[in-house]
Design a protein around this ligand. Structure first.
Ligand SMILES: *Cc1c(COP(=O)(O)O)cnc(C)c1O
Length: 384
């Protein structure tokens, strides 16, 4: 059997012809496909506004800036995430504060959030790890009580549902971000988006995406009588975080297939749930009653770090692309140099020690799913 990666894109003729269709037009950067893609994100999630950008990290960066995060501010986030969830706070000059997780979902624990709130706390960045939504009702309650903003890192959760509503609808947050990296639920190569229901935040995000420049005469502050149609103003320090028209063409065709992708991911997760039942020392990922996960990744847990290393190596030898998600962000050397220390979030550290991600993506064949499950079962029978 050929090597099975832990995740991969699913592109077909529709995506390819959509991309090549844009290349012959006058628009290869800021064309009509961008608004069309943004509209499809809004229609699917229920958010009012979407701002598509170059990647998910850029989305986090401009969301942090639009939230007003700056020097002296603390922002509470999860340690079990991709580094970008914490890095965006550093980009903005603030300090990320890591609150420990709930072991069954590896999501940030609302009680731990409360424990870490200080006078400097400005915002919370919950991460829907693996696609399983966080307890947003509790997190929203905390934010209301304390006057904090919420930016959901929904990079794993496009297509997930929380209490019957789509993640990204922004009912429980100020902004939510998505990533369209090839391992995520849909892809534009590189790409990301910020979703919001707030008009003022939306306008800030639009400006930050493109240098903080406005061409809208109603917003000009210094236009004179001899300024013409060429005139524009840079009113904030923004970036070039634009996405291209041909990427968004692919985003539009990918969005049409998203419901099918999510259904297939859920089917694969259910199959693993059956095939990996009752293996001593193996814990399977939870799905709480309030949640419907879009299953970005399928994370199992073994009893300790030695077993994980052994199982990981054996899976790789068998041609199975196991992965590990994630080293707690604050244990990266860059964060250690900022003063974060081992022991900060003991549950996150324990989770990391035993975590193993096995392949899950639309297009994974039934015989590959069975092969992954039987191989893992055999490996764990040896260590037990
Ligand atoms: C992928 C990812 C990001 C960043 O997305 P990019 O598009 O790769 O920049 C942010 N947060 C999480 C949790 C992610 O998994």
């Amino acid at each position: 059997m050929k090597f099975i990666p832990y995740g991969r894109q699913n592109l077909d003729r529709a995506d390819i012809s959509a991309v090549s269709g844009t290349l012959g037009t006058d628009w290869i950067t800021q064309g009509p496909k961008i608004a069309e893609f943004e509209a499809s994100l809004c229609a699917y999630t229920g958010a009012k506004y979407a701002v598509a950008v170059a990647n998910g990290t850029a989305a986090l960066h401009i969301a942090a800036l639009a939230a007003g995060i700056g020097p002296g501010d603390e922002v509470i986030t999860s340690p079990i995430t991709f580094a970008a969830s914490g890095n965006c706070v550093l980009y903005a000059g603030g300090r990320p504060v890591f609150a420990d997780i709930q072991p069954d979902t590896a999501n940030i624990d609302p009680e731990q959030i409360e424990r870490h709130i200080t006078k400097k706390t400005k915002a919370i960045i919950p991460v829907h790890f693996s696609g399983h939504p966080c307890e947003m009702d509790k997190i929203q309650k905390i934010s209301k009580k304390r006057g904090l903003l919420i930016i959901e890192d929904a990079a794993h959760a496009l297509g997930s549902e929380y209490k019957g509503g789509k993640v990204g609808n922004c009912r429980y947050c100020d902004m939510a971000i998505l990533s369209f990296h090839p391992v995520k639920h849909i892809t534009t190569g590189e790409g990301g988006a910020v979703l919001t229901n707030d008009r003022a935040l939306y306008e800030k995000l639009l400006a930050l995406r493109t240098h903080g420049i406005t061409k809208d005469p109603s917003r000009f502050t210094h236009a004179g009588p001899y300024d013409g149609a060429w005139y524009h103003e840079m009113q904030a320090l923004g970036f070039n975080y634009r996405i291209t028209d041909f990427q968004c063409a692919m985003g539009v065709t990918q969005m049409r297939k998203l419901p099918g992708f999510v259904a297939e991911r859920r089917k694969i997760a259910a199959a693993y749930g059956e095939l990996l039942r009752n293996i001593p020392g193996l814990e399977l990922p939870a799905e709480r009653p309030y949640a419907k996960s879009a299953w970005h990744i399928y994370c199992v847990r073994v009893k300790d770090a030695a077993t994980r290393k052994y199982a990981f190596d054996e899976l790789r030898k068998a041609g199975i692309g196991a992965q590990v998600h994630y080293l707690p962000v604050y244990l990266h050397p860059y964060y250690r140099r900022l003063g974060y220390k081992k022991g900060l979030c003991p549950k996150a550290e324990r989770f990391y020690d035993g975590e193993l991600t096995i392949p899950l993506f639309p297009g994974l064949k039934t015989k590959e799913i069975k092969f992954v499950a039987t191989t893992l079962r055999k490996i764990l029978a040896v260590v037990d």
